[in-house]
Design a protein around this ligand. Structure first.
Ligand code: UDP
Length: 238
């Protein structure tokens, strides 16, 4: 069997990836399919940490939060990521993968707090670690949490799962001539004004020389392919 190209990775899943075709919330079939992909990679011996968003439940800047104090709305968004993390960890349990949820906000009765050495220990033990509650701070995003936790745990790469299979020269939905980059440097992505992750997350990855791989979570087998080092998605490199 081909050896995995990475030993430790940080996978960023957006909350919306859990919705499937539903307008909000968690779609059972979708989460089960995603977890099957994740389980396959975990069983290959890759140390896997996951940051999941909350956009399928609540977004601090969404219309539903209009008029709300921004920080309060953001805390609601972070709590939404805790719900998604619990759902994800439970779906993993159902397929025989041990996952641990660690929260950046103290909710001790529900999940354990994020403690870096403990997270590293779990990863070394082959458990999947799900980082909940983003960075624990309002005015940030879960993309930034992915860059932060990825840097903290010494991940070799941040795998940013999206609905599109990489970074394109233009929006492929609007421009049929748009082509996908197989690789692109941080500098070129900036000069071409390409949106890879939010600006804070992008800057942190760039500073830390932490590459980002943008890939499609809806394409079957994409996660496994890229873990095996195949030309999948777009690699953003230093
Ligand atoms: N959020 C936050 N700080 C963080 C991470 C998330 O305040 O460190 C809040 C913010 O309101 C955000 C919401 O949680 O809109 C959900 O996160 P995000 O939008 O990143 O989720 P995704 O788009 O990946 O589903």
């Amino acid at each position: 069997m081909t050896k995995p190209a990475y030993k430790r990775v940080l996978l960023k899943l957006s909350g919306e990836a859990l919705m499937g075709d539903d307008p909000f919330g968690i779609n059972r079939a979708t989460i089960e399919r995603m977890v099957a992909d994740v389980a396959e990679v975990s069983r290959m011996g890759v140390e896997l940490a996951i940051v999941i968003g909350g956009g399928n439940i609540f977004r601090g800047v969404a219309p539903g939060a209009q008029g709300m104090d921004r920080a309060t709305a953001d805390y609601m968004g972070m709590l939404a990521t805790v719900m998604n993390s619990l759902a994800l960890a439970d779906a993993m349990r159902q397929v025989g993968i041990t996952a641990r949820v660690m929260s950046a906000i103290a909710i001790d009765q529900v999940v354990e707090p994020y403690v870096r050495p403990k997270a590293l220990q779990y990863l070394e033990e082959g458990k999947v670690v799900v980082f909940a509650a983003g960075t624990g701070n309002p005015f940030f995003t879960t993309d930034t949490a992915a860059a932060l936790r990825g840097s903290e745990i010494g991940a070799e790469i941040v795998l940013k799962a999206t609905k599109v299979d990489g970074v394109y020269t233009a929006d492929p939905k609007k421009d049929p001539t748009a082509t996908r980059f197989s690789t692109i440097s941080f500098d070129e992505a900036i000069s071409r004004h390409l949106q890879v992750m939010d600006a804070t997350a992008f800057a942190l990855c760039r500073d830390q020389k932490l590459p980002i791989k943008v890939f499609s979570i809806v394409k079957p087998g994409a996660l496994k392919n890229l873990i095996l080092g195949e030309d999948e998605g777009t690699l953003v490199h230093v």
